[in-house]
Ligand binder design. Structure first.
Ligand SMILES: [Zn+2]
Length: 318
């Protein structure tokens, strides 16, 4: 960026533990994964859709969107309180902002890409509540961090981060940004981090580990990564597929083209060329992910066709 000299776009930033815990057990969200398995069949989840109790959306659930593909929240999530997880996330997000600000790598509120990200978020947020009853009380926040990494995440409670590198290096269109944002929002809405912590608590039955996952204890990184390794890779991949699905629907309802998931992942594939072998072995088959997105498009194309289009379009950073 040349227009905002006070904002450094190439800082080294540490990921918050809540994000690390998720990443350690799964792929980074922007990285390819292989086959996905669904948590529940369509029949079981229709009953869940009815229980949401929002007339306009639940009436559509059986015919439109991906609700029928997504099961109920894992029982493991209930082992950890949502409030506690959201509070820890908020704490970590604040720390991350402070660290970035100290390196002049937190984009100012009037940065063109911040305005862009927040405009896109504002279009998606109204469609989040049916996926999580707590979401209407979340204090959504979108920040742009000045790092060259390809990275974006949404922490529990709606704290969204984009790294400058993902916008610039992939030259993302608004539709592609909306797909990533929807995917990350879906992780938070579906409480994948809380579920992972609940599973970890169940496995270790240790309050010490739990507090270290929450960044509250002093067991340190060894315990954190040990806890993360215990988590099931199968569920992680499910989480990724589920986030792809739910994210597609959020973006489509907000008026962003869900087919942009295909170009997005093609860009990701290209960006991962030349990556170290371990990356390729843990994150194979990006084509599979693109094929899955393509196969799910018919479920959300109707929503996109009916959705109001964004009145303003933005360009990626040069
Ligand atoms: Zn993800």
């Amino acid at each position: 960026m040349t227009s905002c000299p006070a904002f450094h776009t190439d800082a080294e930033l540490a990921l918050p533990p809540l994000v690390q815990a998720r990443r350690a057990a799964t792929c980074a969200c922007h990285q390819p994964v292989d086959r996905h398995r669904r948590r529940l069949g369509a029949g079981a989840s229709l009953a869940v859709a009815g229980a949401w109790g929002l007339a306009p959306l639940s009436a559509l659930a059986a015919e439109e969107g991906v609700r029928g593909e997504v099961g109920s929240t894992s029982r493991f999530a209930k082992l950890v309180s949502a409030e506690e997880v959201e509070q820890a996330a908020q704490q970590q997000f604040t720390q991350m902002k402070q660290e970035a600000a100290g390196k002049r790598a937190l984009a100012p509120d009037d940065h063109p890409q911040v305005l862009r990200l927040r405009a896109i978020a504002q279009r998606l947020i109204p469609y989040t509540q049916p996926w999580n009853n707590r979401a209407s009380a979340w204090k959504w926040e979108v920040q742009l961090f000045g790092s060259k990494e390809l990275n974006a995440f949404c922490m529990p409670g709606g704290k969204i981060a984009f790294y400058f590198g993902i916008l610039q290096r992939l030259q993302l269109s608004d539709d592609e940004v909306a797909m990533i944002m929807g995917h990350e929002m879906a992780h938070a809405l579906r409480e994948h981090a809380r579920e992972r912590m609940g599973k970890s608590a169940a496995t270790r039955a240790g309050a010490g580990l739990l507090s270290s996952l929450l960044g509250l204890g002093n067991l340190g990184d060894a315990a954190l990564s040990m806890g993360a390794q215990l988590l099931s890779l199968k569920f992680s991949r499910e989480d990724e597929s589920e986030a792809d699905l739910v994210g597609m629907e959020l973006a489509a309802r907000a008026g962003y083209d869900p087919a942009s998931g295909v170009t997005l992942w093609q860009k990701m594939m290209k960006a991962s060329e030349g990556a170290p072998p371990e990356f390729l072995s843990t994150h194979p088959a990006s084509k599979t992910r693109i094929q899955e997105i393509q196969s799910h498009l018919p479920k959300v194309n109707g929503l996109y066709a009916k959705a109001a289009r964004p009145t303003q379009r933005y360009q990626p950073p040069v």
